[in-house]
Ligand binder design. Sequence first.
Ligand code: CUA
Length: 324
Amino acid sequence: MRTRLPLFPESASSFSGQVDALYFFLIAVSAFFTILIAALIVYFAIKYRRRSEAEVPQPNMGGLKLEIAWTVIPLLLTVVMFGWGASVFMTLARPPDDAIEIYVMGKQWMWKLQHMSGQREINELHIPVDRAVKLTMTSEDVIHSFFVPAFRTKWDVLPGKYTTLWFRPTKTGSFHLFCTEYCGTKHSAMIGYIHVMDPAQYQAWLAGGAPEGSLAANGQKLFQDLACTNCHQVGEGAQGRGPNLRGLFGQPVQLASGETLKADETYLRESILMPGAKIVAGYEPVMPTFQGLVTEEGVLQLIEYIKSIGPKEGAAGLKSEAKK
Ligand code: CUA
């Protein structure tokens, strides 16, 4: 029924129903109180109007029952809104582990999207239906925002930082993609389509070719071209001037400052562009910055390469090595 409302977008993701239910609840509560209050204003204005010049109203000292009612009812309603909203937010904020990963780069004024297998797209994204898709997003210039109304999801895309967004499309078809952060002259033209396909169609589309090789393969080449190999070993147990990168991704890293953090995309990106920011315990701050030497796309390729190296179970080995 809602799809027939011209201003209401189609519902096409696993959580769009939840978002709509919350939205309609908020609208219903607001409409109920707006109408109630407006009607009471009119009713009281008539009922308690001044009937003669000499009329002096009785002072009203209030009523405890009334005060409790108008405190407790809104309190309960707002607690429900908060709890419900937080639960929907947590669903939207936590990508499932089995999600297909896609990189998104916002740029004045286009969306650049990249599949792990190497396919690149501009202002278009092809994905299979009924599979969770996780987007890791960054911007080459200013703040943009990735919005797919049919999926009921939106997240800001920031320069110098990775943000993530996910969705599981439940219908095939083409859905609008918008930039919803004013980002300059052609902000309104920073639009595109998400094409949700049958699994078979999607496989055919993927097979259509990734002439430039996978992200990880390009990252490996870049890793060699930038001479990262001079300091960073990737072989089992091999030592170098910098930390060994085998099995690093997703594992805890002990820093010289005593802090421990997880080696995620944001940490790897920072370590490539601002190596001095977080030094691994036991190593000298000798790494030069690669700011300006490697593009955001290059950074993504390097991260994918690092993710692809070695066993993820290497946590114990990595920790002892970081402390050496
Ligand atoms: Cu990008 Cu508005």
